[in-house]
Write a protein of this length. Structure first.
Ligand SMILES: [Zn+2]
Length: 379
């Protein structure tokens, strides 16, 4: 078996627990007594992502949510107190919401009472029929095969993720049913509570995954979500997280900024050229070479670089000769623009002060072009 989360092949076997009930929802009748010998739960941990998991097959009803007949008043009050701040903070009133694995739909009802436009997704037809009898909007299905008509701004998944054999596929399926910047509220049992109490009898065939806050975060982050908040609830028995769907980084502002840089450099170089001075750029690193060709600095006379393996070659696209600092006089360079990252710039300034103290020197710091006064340069 490979890791259920990251597909890594190396799993450490932690425990082999013999004599466990076949499943949480297995209640044998008299005819099954002879066959009911119990099962062995094999607990493994991924060497790569650290996730604790069972190597057992999922129980045959893992897509269904089996809960008590209906949500108690205190449970309902607790759910409301957890959802209310999320709804307020993120302005979710009237927005589409989905509960993934909603059982008979009690929490869907709560979300609708709180002003969301919520529906549930549940695999068990029996649960779906029960919900429908109470006019709770529930669709029969499983998230990995589900595509909603209108995407959601919020989802909820309560103690259901730990049942899933393919947690990443499961979460990515939720993700594709969300709008950009969609949010979610997820709860799972807390493995640190189980192990902190040496409660090994809590391992159960139904729960294939045993999350800590850390591995839950990893799971979510490699499945397209960002964790906004994580806290222990239910007397530390459970972890609850608020997540948001990852959205692509906006690059438009950076493109505008690049255009500004190109304009500044081009104007500077044209000015020096029209003053009749011979200009070289110092720096043949990949950044400087890219920027000088993007800015079309055809007017420069040469590129200076102290790396011998670059000297004597030509720059790409502009085809300017790369020369050694020793040849500055030979090429009659009168103005130098430094385009060097970090510490190199101060070394070059000291070199120029020593050997070319009348050089007109400028430095480009990614924002502006400043004239350097040789007298102020440290040696
Ligand atoms: Zn893993």
């Amino acid at each position: 078996m490979n890791c259920r989360l990251c597909d890594h092949a190396a799993l450490d076997k932690l425990l082999s627990l013999e004599g466990f009930p076949k499943a949480a929802q297995y209640f044998p009748d008299v005819s099954e007594f002879d066959e009911d010998k119990g099962i062995t739960l094999v607990v493994v941990q991924c060497q790569c992502c650290g996730l604790i998991q069972l190597s057992n097959d999922p129980v045959d009803y893992y897509k269904e949510v089996i809960t008590a007949a209906s949500m108690s008043q205190p449970s309902k009050a607790r759910l409301i107190s957890r959802l209310q701040p999320i709804i307020n903070r993120h302005d979710l009133i009237g927005k589409n919401a989905l509960e993934v694995g909603c059982g008979t739909g009690d929490a869907v009802l709560v979300m609708n009472e709180m002003g969301l436009n919520a529906r549930g997704l549940e695999y068990s037809s029996e649960n779906v029929n029960k919900a429908k009898k109470r006019n709770i909007p529930v669709t029969q299905g499983y998230i990995e095969d589900y595509a909603c008509e209108q995407k959601n701004d919020f989802f909820m998944c309560l103690n259901y993720l730990e049942h899933q054999p393919r947690p990443r596929k499961f979460l990515k399926s939720i993700n594709r049913n969300l709008n950009q910047n969609g949010l979610g509220y997820i709860t799972v049992p807390n493995f640190d509570f189980l192990i902190g109490n040496s409660a090994l009898h809590e391992f159960v065939a139904d729960h294939l995954i045993y999350f800590t806050e850390e591995t839950l975060r990893t799971t979510l982050e490699i499945s397209g979500f960002r964790v906004l908040e994580s806290q222990l609830i239910n007397n530390d028995n459970d972890i609850s997280v608020i997540v948001s769907k990852n959205s692509p980084l906006l690059m438009t502002d950076h493109m505008e900024e690049l255009t500004n840089k190109k304009t500044k450099l081009k104007e500077f170089v044209e000015k020096v050229n029209s003053d009749g001075k011979r200009l070289a750029i110092w720096g043949a690193g990949h950044r400087a070479l890219a920027l000088m060709s993007l800015s079309n600095l055809r007017e420069i006379k040469a590129i200076i670089d102290s790396a011998p393996f670059k000297q004597g070659h030509f720059s790409p696209l502009l085809h300017k000769e790369i020369i050694s600092p020793k040849d500055i006089d030979k090429y009659k360079i009168e103005v130098i623009l430094l385009m060097l990252p970090g510490d190199y710039a101060s070394e070059v300034r000291a070199f120029l002060k020593n050997y070319h103290k009348n050089m007109e020197l400028y430095i480009f710091d990614e924002i502006q072009i400043d004239k350097v006064c040789m007298a102020d340069v440290d040696q």
